[in-house]
Design a protein around this ligand. Structure first.
Ligand SMILES: NC(=O)C1=CN([C@@H]2O[C@H](COP(=O)(O)OP(=O)(O)OC[C@H]3O[C@@H](n4cnc5c(N)ncnc54)[C@H](OP(=O)(O)O)[C@@H]3O)[C@@H](O)[C@H]2O)C=CC1
Ligand SMILES: CC(=O)C(=O)O
Ligand SMILES: [Mg+2]
Length: 756
């Protein structure tokens, strides 16, 4: 699909959007809806009470409804990315995408609305009438010049923030990038010569913001499809003519001679490499058209190795894209109930972003994005969207600016507490998983997919390879190639396939395994048969022989069978292996163990599982709080069979470990710190437990499987801990996405993601 470092086929992009529930968003209830009483409260008659309260005092809508955290992403599809006017319906994938980015990066609930009109007045009326529903309006992909009229009128008519993302979001990020690129090349904003290509929503707003920040008007040449916008043109509307200059240059090529900066907000391929050669030394080239930039970074660098190059895409260095802005800007604006997003807030956001890029990058982000290049410099002028610090830094700067400039209706009294609240807002597990993916890309490994013929496994292997996460090594017969073709891979020879029928490695595998098992009751011919016929044995032997760095299996046979087969070849790390399931909730993550291996663990085993699960939690960015879970709580009801759990707690007492643990207790108590304080003030947990050590495999596995069946992909794992080499055994129900995650985690180390 592109020449960048992230490749995918069109079929994969369609499959991504169509699989499971079509599209990218769903709505979930934030209150229980289980009983008659819940219904009475949520709907008639209970709902009448907040209705009356809001009618009396409209401000209480923020207390009794979702308004305060709800943003509408609204488009008419007249300028979808750089693809042009493709209509309202076609813009829906982008708008859904923006909605999920709001949620993912800043926990803002967002809903997409596509309005089927090119009449600005109808658009304005429709949006204005929807004001009561939302805490803010994010306008998106509406072409100039209508977008200017639409936004301006709506800002005047509505009492909530109205923000045209393509204008101001883009301008904020561009300004941040430009500040830093100038700093790196020793330029002053007051003297840089800028060429802006494009004269639409994004280009006009970027130009206005950089002029407001000190770039001189006569140093900016703007171009549209007809070339340079100069004072002699008579085809200009009021927005373009505001930026017309007195010049005899007529084409983009002329305009670029001697220019310091190129800002591209136009269309794919609009900048020819040969024109870049005439720019000033160390030119700054922001080619921001999406999805394909005006010039690709390799082309720009080939023409000008001294250039600082940025694009709107996530798969090249320096992503100058409004995704760095809108989620965090709205977060700050909503949190102070700002009436508007004004210039002070925009400039504060730009400066916060620019400053953040100049700060040392935390180790885990740096490692995840490939180490050294994540230091302020030509390939890192702007933070990356997955940087977890953005959610603290940008909303705080925006909220403070809103308060300073008098638009905050609910000022924040304790800024330190607000920052803390922002830090906790995103589930750290989700960030760590994202970081684990980035770490895999930075240090790609070879991962054996033992069940190479399976379509699901192949989908995962394709995504793993094409996503730049590593090299899949597929174990299977020749039909693997046919299946790859069926899944849209035109040239399957790019995939490594190991077939135990004809692989030259079989002999070494047999020798190795025979040496290991000959005194454990195995004859050589049995070993030969196992290596030839059992994919797990063959794959594990390949892992053992160093043909790959990690291995994934599990989708074609029960977990215990796969485990036995793999364990026979590679063995454990000296302690009993066990499984951890990760339950990823909206605001918390809970680990459950042992969900995979030991049916009736002894007290000693339970204590060891607790210690190793706590270490795993730390790697996922969680400070461990372990509860030994039971249907009894601190001996009540008496006489129940909970001896092992209680003894495990005593064993940990004797070992002086460095994490909190308590038990035995029921799961609802373990997960509620309030209940712990109220009923069991002696409990040693300082918050809700995030690790539940279950009394046995039955309860552990049942809980995880039940949650998975009810909650879908929000249950990850079980991750296998304690094998001597990195092997992960997926549940038979694993989706391709689950398998990719397991492969990423297996490649990251035996026990999952490491925070470096
Ligand atoms: N990286 C980012 O964060 C963002 C990037 N963008 C990108 O910016 C571009 C414009 O978006 P937007 O402003 O919303 O759209 P608009 O439709 O409002 O504006 C498009 C502008 O691009 C101009 N243009 C198109 N093709 C060329 C060309 N070959 N040479 C010169 N100018 C050209 C048009 O010229 P004319 O006026 O003559 O028709 C018009 O002025 C898109 O590619 C979009 O993806 C937008 C927002 C954010
Ligand atoms: C990123 C974006 O909003 C655009 O390209 O339109
Ligand atoms: Mg856009």
């Amino acid at each position: 699909m592109s020449d960048s470092n992230v490749k995918f086929s069109e079929a994969e992009a369609l499959h991504f959007h169509s699989r499971g529930r079509p599209g990218k968003i769903e709505i979930i209830a934030s209150k229980p809806m289980a009983t008659q009483r819940d219904l009475s409260l949520a709907y008639s008659p209970g709902v009448a009470v907040p209705v009356r309260a809001i009618a009396e005092d409209p401000a209480t809508a923020y207390d009794y409804t979702a308004k305060g955290n709800l943003v509408a992403v609204i488009s008419n599809g007249t300028a979808i990315l750089g693809l042009g006017n493709l209509g309202a319906l076609a813009s829906k994938p982008v708008m859904e995408g923006k909605a999920v980015l709001f949620k993912r990066f800043a926990d803002v609930d967002a809903i997409d609305l596509e309005l089927d009109t090119e009449d600005p007045q109808k658009f304005i009326d429709a949006v204005a009438l929807m004001g009561p529903s939302f805490g803010g309006i994010n306008l998106e992909d509406i072409a100039a010049p209508d977008c200017f009229v639409i936004e301006q009128t709506l800002r005047e008519r509505m009492n909530i923030p109205v923000f045209h993302d393509d204008q101001h979001g883009t301008a904020i990020i561009t300004a941040a990038g430009l500040i830093n690129a100038c700093l790196l090349t020793g330029r002053e904003l007051g003297s840089v010569k800028v060429v802006v290509n494009g004269a639409g929503a994004a280009a006009i707003a970027c130009t206005e913001l950089i002029k407001a920040m000190g770039v001189r008007g006569d140093n900016v040449i703007m171009c549209d499809r007809s070339g340079v916008i100069h004072k002699g043109r008579d085809d200009l509307d009021q927005w373009k003519s505001a930026h017309a200059v007195d010049t005899d240059r007529r084409t983009l090529e002329d305009a670029l001679a001697g220019a310091d900066v190129f800002l591209g907000l136009s269309a794919a391929g609009a900048l020819k490499p040969e024109w870049v050669t005439h720019m000033a030394s160390k030119p700054i080239i922001f080619a921001m058209a999406n999805p394909d930039p005006e010039i690709t970074p390799p082309e720009a660098k080939a023409a000008r190795p001294d250039a600082i190059v940025a694009t709107g895409r996530s798969d090249y260095p320096n992503q100058v894209n409004n995704v760095l802005g809108f989620p965090f800007i709205f977060r700050g604006a909503l949190d102070v109930r700002a009436r508007a997003i004004n210039d002070e807030m925009k400039i504060a956001a730009a400066q916060a972003l620019a400053e953040l890029a100049r700060e040392p990058v935390p180790d885990e982000v740096s490692a995840a994005y490939g180490g050294q290049s994540r230091r302020f410099g030509a390939d890192y002028i702007i933070p990356a969207p997955f940087d977890p610090r953005l959610l603290e830094v940008v909303p705080a700067a925006v909220a403070e600016a809103a308060m300073r400039s008098g638009v905050a209706q609910r000022p924040i009294e304790n800024m330190a507490a607000y920052r803390q609240h922002l830090r906790a807002r995103l589930n750290p597990t989700v960030s760590v998983l994202s970081l684990a993916y980035e770490a895999a890309k930075a240090n790609p490994k070879r991962v054996l997919f033992a069940e190479g013929e399976e379509k699901n496994v192949l989908r995962a292997a394709i995504a793993f390879k094409e996503g730049g996460l590593g090299t899949p090594v597929l174990v299977g017969r020749d039909e693997v190639y046919d299946n790859l073709k069926e899944l849209g891979i035109d040239d399957p020879s790019g995939y490594i396939v190991l077939n135990s029928r004809n692989s030259p490695l079989v002999g070494r595998a047999v020798d190795h395994l025979y040496a290991r098992l000959q005194r454990k009751g195995y004859l050589r011919r049995e070993i030969e048969r196992m290596v030839n016929q059992d994919r797990n044995t063959f794959a594990a032997a390949m892992l053992e022989l160093g043909e790959a760095d990690a291995m994934i299996t599990g989708t074609t046979r029960p977990f215990s069978q796969s485990l036995r087969q793999v364990q026979r070849v590679i063995g454990d790390d000296g302690q009993a292996p066990f499984g951890i399931s990760v339950i990823v909730g909206q605001n918390q993550t809970v680990l459950i163990a042992d969900t995979a291996v030991t049916e009736r663990p002894t007290a000693e085993e339970l204590a060891n599982i607790a210690v190793r699960t706590a270490a795993f939690a730390r790697r996922m960015g969680q400070e461990p709080r372990v509860a030994f879970a039971s249907y009894t709580t601190f001996g009540n009801p008496a006489g129940a069979f909970v001896g092992n759990l209680r003894e495990a707690v005593s064993l940990l007492d004797a070992r002086t470990v460095d994490f909190e643990y308590e038990g035995e207790m029921s799961p609802e108590l373990a997960l509620s710190h309030d209940m712990q304080r109220r009923f069991y003030p002696f409990s040693r947990l300082s918050g809700p437990a995030n690790i539940l050590i279950m009394p046995g495999l039955q309860s552990a596995s049942l809980s995880a499987k039940l949650l998975r069946a009810l909650g879908g992909e929000s249950v990850l794992g079980p991750y296998l801990v304690g094998m001597r080499l990195p092997v992960q055994i997926a549940p038979m129900t694993a989706t391709a996405t689950d398998l990719v995650t397991l492969a990423v985690l297996a490649a990251g180390g035996v026990e999952g993601p490491r925070r470096r």
